[in-house]
Structures are given as C-alpha cells and as structure tokens.
Design a protein around this ligand. Structure first.
Ligand code: UDP
Length: 404
C-alpha cells in the first residue's frame, strides 16, 4: 500500500534531543522505516523549514520525505504553523492528484487538519495519531498553555471525522472517549523502541564513584526535572544528570536550565547535578547504560519514549504515574510508578534500587523483556497496519513495489 504520513511540524530527519525535535520525530521516522520493512511505500510530508534542503529526500531506510513549502522556510514554533495550513493542505491535495496514495496517517492535530482538508477531495481514509491532546495540556498548563485557542474544538472535530484514531496509551484513549469519540473508533497503538540500537549490552558512558540517576528530555517545565533535583537532596552519594536541549535558547541562558541550577543550589546538590545538553540519538544507549536508575517524572506525558528506551537498555525506571508510563512501566516489576509526584515519593522509590544491585538487575531484565516483546517498532507497525486494514481492507491489501 502507498502510505502518506503527514507530519507538518515533526520532521523524521531532525536530530532528536535538539530544541525542535523529540519523541514525535523519532516515532514518525521509526514507524515509517518499519512500514517500509513490512513491504509498503511510505512518503512523509513535513513543512520545509530550511531554504537549502532538497524538496525530496529518499532516506536510507527507504521512505521518501517531501518538504512541503508552507510559510517561511525557517523553523517556526509549533503553535505558529496553523496559519500556514491552507498552503500545506493545498500542496497535499495537488501532490496526491499526481501521486495517488491509499492511506493517509496524520501525526498531531495540526497535520490532521491539513490532511483531512486535502483527503476529502480524493476520498482518502485519514488515520490520526494525536500524540497528546489539547484538553490535557489545558488542564495542566492553564494560562501558560500556548496552543491556539481553537485546538480543543478542532481536535474533537478531527477525531470525529477521522476514519480511525490511534491513541498512544490507555489514558489518551479514555480522554478521547470523554471528548465523545465512540470507543470502537480508536485503537491503542503506542510508541516503540529500536531493539537493535537500545540494548543492555555494550559500553557505557563513564561515571564516577557515585550512583547515577539519569533523566532525559527537552528542558521544559512539564518534564518535571525539578522533582528529580529536589529528590537528589534526599539521596546522598548520588548524582543526577539530565540529557536534552534547552527549548529555544542556549543551555546557559535557558530559563528552565537556570531555574533547575538555582533549585540545585538551594538544596545544596549543585555539585552532584549536571545538565549535559543534547546528546546524539545514537549516543543515547551508552548514556542509559551508565545510569543506575532512569527517572521519568513529567507532570503529564502523551506517551514517553524515554522509559521504553531505558527499559530496553535494562535499566529500572522510576516514573510518575501519568500518560504512557501507566502502560509501559509495571510497578514493582520493571520499576516504580510514583502516584504522588513529590520529591519524597521519588526518593523513597529510588533508594531501595540504589541499595540493592540485584533488584536493579532484576527489574532491568524485566523491563528489557517487556520492551523487546511488546514495543519493537516492527510490532508497532503491525498494530498500525491492523488499524489500516480495519478501516479500508481493500486499500490496505494493495501490493506495491517497495520504493518509488
Ligand atoms: N533524545 C535524544 N537526545 C537527547 C534527548 C532526547 O536523542 O539529548 C531522544 C530520546 O532518546 C527519545 C526522544 O528524544 O527518543 C524523546 O522522546 P519522549 O517521547 O520521551 O519525549 P518528547 O520529546 O516527545 O517530549
């Protein structure tokens, strides 16, 4: 089948961990690659944000990336893309006239809006992965929510119009049901992990004599790194390193980076706390392997690839009981889910792991098993294809040459 992946903002070619790229970029890239391995043709449509980049790029994995001219060819904050969606949708409509596709899969609500406008004329089924919902953002961020005001209203319309919605976790499926989407119109298809790249075997980044706690993600308040810094005060002999870029500015000037450093000083743990900045995606397994425990303590999390990557690297995960972690982390088996997100609770969950190497190894091995048996990208691609088949069996069954 010929699949059009629409990811207006998250390019699969962007380096994860950089200010503008994270889990969604990894998801679109890895899912597209896995669908190609399963014998399908995949074209990813993403907004051109660099004047020098080629319009079409064939990736090593065999999928095509089309850079869609919509708005100025420079990086734009996600929330400013809405105004260029008309252009984006018109391009898709014309492109699909010239190069017909069988199935459209849109990632994030903005892409879904453009995809549904363009797909209508061609009578194409549109599958939507929201990767997070505006209702959840509004609930947690309140006035600090920078999403366009129309987001929540549009997401409801998009969900109801879509041929099918792929929820990233049980919590998102429940939220969609609350928005009025009949449960049968959504399936849970989570994010995945590359089992060949993320393994417990291989070298680890060097560490000192202290136990190491690792947290990963862009420096945004929602990631809850503050909790990890404050928990450090209750965990002597332990260091905390955080990998990920500042959101926008250089690390030293970044407001969240400065705030975290200030909290570290207030709690007297600045000597044991380090912001690494962005780490190349290829370097992430070595970093996970250097950790005794991986902390994932966001306030909310649409899915969260980091806990899965940590598990595949055989590391126990201590996580807040939110979003995708409720599905991926099994409390008392692969890590700990902390129900009340406070520094004490996190320190209490971490301490027994630091004191007991066997416990770390046992939970790490269980995490590895779980990540490998349930979350490899080939398996996620199979679940995605199952949803495509359910929506349009005759289209999904089409056989095509693997690459254009
Ligand atoms: N990542 C990376 N380098 C960094 C920080 C993060 O490669 O310095 C990657 C990380 O390995 C993961 C992704 O960025 O694949 C973050 O995904 P997640 O879903 O956890 O968070 P999001 O970015 O979607 O908020």
């Amino acid at each position: 089948m010929k699949i059009a992946m629409v990811s207006a903002h998250a390019s699969p070619l962007a380096e994860p961990g950089s200010p503008a790229a994270g889990g969604r970029n990894v998801h679109v890239a890895a899912l597209s690659a896995a669908l190609v391995r399963a014998g399908h043709q995949v074209t990813v449509y993403t907004r051109r944000d660099d004047p020098h980049i080629r319009t079409e790029v064939v990736t090593r994995e065999g999928y095509l990336v089309v850079h869609v001219p919509a708005g100025p060819p420079k990086p734009l904050p996600r929330d400013q893309i809405l105004r260029h969606l008309g252009e984006f949708g018109t391009f898709l409509r014309r492109h699909w006239s010239l190069y017909p596709v069988d199935m459209v899969h849109a990632h994030f609500w903005i892409s879904a809006l453009a995809a549904e406008l363009a797909a209508r004329e061609h009578r194409l089924p549109v599958i939507v992965s929201f990767h997070g919902l505006g209702t959840v953002v509004r609930r947690h961020e309140g006035l600090a929510d920078t999403s366009p005001r129309s987001r929540i209203r549009f997401e409801r319309l998009i969900a109801l119009r879509a041929a099918h919605v792929l929820a990233s976790c049980s919590e998102e499926a429940a939220e969609l049901a609350r928005m009025g989407l009949p449960r049968l119109r959504a399936s849970i298809v989570p994010g995945g992990v590359d089992p060949a790249a993320f393994t417990g075997d291989g070298s680890a980044a060097s560490t000192g004599a202290r136990h190491r706690l690792l947290a990963v993600g862009r420096l945004s308040r929602r990631k809850g790194f503050e909790l990890a810094v404050r928990a450090l005060a209750e965990l002597p002999g332990t260091e905390l390193v955080i990998a990920g870029s500042a959101v926008g500015d250089a690390l030293d000037d970044d407001a969240e980076g400065r705030r975290l450093r200030r909290i570290a000083s207030e709690y007297g743990v600045q000597e044991r706390f380090r912001l690494l900045g962005p780490v190349s995606h290829i370097g992430m397994p070595r970093l996970y392997r250097s950790a005794d425990v991986v902390l994932c303590t966001p306030q909310y999390e649409p899915f969260g690839l980091v806990p899965l990557e940590a598990m595949a690297c055989r590391r126990p995960v201590v996580a807040t009981a939110v979003g995708g972690m409720l599905d991926t982390v099994v409390d008392g088996v692969t890590g700990r889910l902390v129900a009340s997100p406070d520094p004490d609770g996190i320190a209490r969950a971490v301490r027994p792991l630091l004191e007991d190497r066997t416990l770390r190894e046992t939970w790490g091995a269980a995490g590895d098993d779980r990540a490998r048996s349930r979350y490899g990208w080939d398996r996620i691609a199979a679940a995605t294809l199952h949803a495509y088949h359910r929506v349009a069996p005759e289209r999904a069954a089409k056989v095509v040459a693997p690459a254009r």
